[in-house]
Write a protein that binds this ligand. Structure first.
Ligand SMILES: [Zn+2]
Length: 43
């Protein structure tokens, strides 16, 4: 299950034994939910 960094918003698909963002090093990750990612602006 992919996670989303609470700091930078990047998606982390694979977690190491230490749970943290691989981009910014933030330790708080949110479980990605389809409801949140469906907010897409169409022009
Ligand atoms: Zn991050």
């Amino acid at each position: 299950m992919p996670y989303i960094c609470a700091n930078c918003g990047k998606t982390i698909k694979q977690l190491d034994k230490f749970v943290r963002c691989t981009y910014c090093g933030h330790r708080i990750l949110l479980k990605s939910r389809p409801n949140l990612s469906r907010e897409i602006t169409t022009d």
